[in-house]
Design a protein around this ligand. Structure first.
Ligand SMILES: Cc1cc2nc3c(=O)[nH]c(=O)nc-3n(C[C@H](O)[C@H](O)[C@H](O)COP(=O)(O)O)c2cc1C
Length: 222
């Protein structure tokens, strides 16, 4: 099976795979750098990214901000020409400071979920960093892209769907999961449709990336 490259603005990933942000301590420089080196998009999770640093217990925020730079530089050392970015959860303490640090170090992309990243465009203004929300419903993408268009006159550079089969803490209630799985394909179609409307309005290409429960060649094709 051959893949088309993934194009996000001027960025091109030869392999159209974005490695998921997994905190704490999983999506760090070795994983993200290696994925980027192989042609995918490597993602560092900022969730307690500085936990291995000596002063972390006392100066958590300061050490997390130092680690953002350190982990990014180390990932780029592994993947000199590769695409490396960050996953930042909206619910994370110090969200705005963390986003600013990711921009300062030169993140290629920022993917933000665990809540709607309403003010993300404002925080990345003036940078070349590409931004994507993580959403799990057509309602979520509708609200967010409408707000970004109205408030910031822009849209997402790409959209990440975290489906009901994804690992981690998803925000679905236990009895909602089955319905969400049954309706998954329809929901994905709706999300793509809404995203395309904004892509058209802003005259850009906005790829939609699906996450969760993608394990086999059959899943990838689907
Ligand atoms: C151990 C673990 C940690 C995770 N941490 C994060 C995180 O920090 N931020 C986030 O947005 N998603 C997080 N997730 C969700 C993953 O990014 C999500 O599971 C993935 O995109 C979906 O692919 P999968 O089906 O291979 O799990 C985490 C998932 C796991 C399993």
């Amino acid at each position: 099976m051959s893949f088309n490259p993934l194009k996000i603005g001027e960025l091109t990933a030869k392999v159209p795979i974005i490695q998921g942000g997994m905190g704490v301590g999983i999506s760090l420089h070795r994983l993200a750098g290696t994925v980027a080196k192989e042609g995918g998009i490597g993602i560092l999770s900022t969730a307690q990214i500085g936990y291995q640093r000596a002063d972390f217990e006392k100066n958590t925020m300061k050490e997390n901000l130092i680690a953002i730079k350190e982990q990014f530089e180390k990932a780029k050392e592994i993947a000199k020409e590769g695409i490396v970015g960050f996953n930042v959860m909206v619910a994370q303490f110090g969200y705005e400071k963390i986003i600013k640090s990711c921009i300062e170090v030169g993140a290629d992309v920022i993917i933000s979920g665990a809540g709607l990243p309403i003010n993300l465009p404002e925080l990345v203004k003036g940078s070349k960093t590409k931004i994507a929300p993580i959403i799990s419903s057509s309602k979520g993408v509708k609200v967010l892209l409408k707000t970004w268009a109205k408030r910031y006159e822009r849209t997402a550079d790409f959209v990440v769907i975290e489906g009901p089969l994804a690992g981690g803490h998803l925000g679905f209630k236990y009895d909602e999961i089955k319905t969400a799985i049954d309706n998954m394909d329809e929901e994905v179609k709706k999300i793509v449709k809404i995203t395309n409307e904004y892509a058209k309005a802003f005259k850009i290409n906005v790829p939609v990336i699906f996450a969760g429960g993608v394990y086999t060649k059959k899943d990838i094709k689907h």
